[in-house]
Ligand binder design. Sequence first.
Ligand code: ZN
Length: 354
Amino acid sequence: MCRRFYRAGWPFATVDAADTCRFAPYSLVWNNTDQLDTWGQNMKQSSIVRRSRNLAGHISTVLIALLLADLVAAEPGTQGEIPAGYDRQKEGQGLLFLWREAETDESTAETAIEVGNVIFNGIAKFLGRDRVPSKKLVVVLDGSMFANGTRRIPRVDAQGRVLLYTTSAPMNQYMSVFAHELVHAIRYQNHLAGDASAVLGTGFFEEGFAEAVALQVEGHSDRYPYWGYSPAAINAHLIEEDLAIPLERLINEHAALSLKCELQSYPLRGSFLTYLHSLMGHESFLLLSDARSRKDTSFYEKRLAKPFAELVSDWRDHVLAQAEHIPDAEQQALDWLALNQQFGFKLCEKGADF
Ligand SMILES: [Zn+2]
């Protein structure tokens, strides 16, 4: 379970004799800047970054100059205006990153940009290039997630720009929800083009789709809200402990339940849409995401040719069967919950909250 963290040089996870992941307390992590620096340096040496640097070393400077000239000539502008007030900016492939020097140090921004570019390419590959906007997407690294005692929620704004806030390293700084938000931003072009049905970031389908794509592209690694723990183990725990909010309620009461019950709504929606992906196959799943009709329960019934209750029942069986193949599934779910409680998240309770 902790192996991936060790490979990345994660300084805050240890394994005890029973092979259980232990995380340092949140307060300790905030204060331990030496470890943060070491971790940041290790991350920069990750294999993906190393490979791309080695490759770059083999391309002649003439070719690089030609490529750059081509990029500049083909500059298609950005989705949404470039906001004022940011003194640093850097272009990635398909992305334009902005930040303030006083808020975000160079190495944090560089790490976010390197990881961000890999994620962008992964999503573009998953969706197909014709579903990705030709204009560059603006990504704002907008300072701390916690300001004046409130939590600022990463989101896509009214112009289709991604606003990200930073946390300490165990919560993956700027990148904890980037893949998810980037899917929203990529699909926002439909909304900007006047498609009134594409009300993004406000419905069960959009949230589940963004989460399912993020899981395909980035896995459940050091991302919100999984933090390396198996989504199947987490969802099986929610189902078995009667903590799984009925999907029909998550669809019909999205505004009331989505953020209030985020520890349940994000994994459950992501799992259900991931199940539909495996059930339908890749192309049909993408066509489902293109559909412009209102996505209530009848939408799924028509497309999958099954009563919604039956579809949900099949999905639950699928999740429970997946978890049976994970020897420490229950322990993972409990550790996952304990870690999220350290981070200040909590589960909604049946009867009281839903
Ligand atoms: Zn979302």
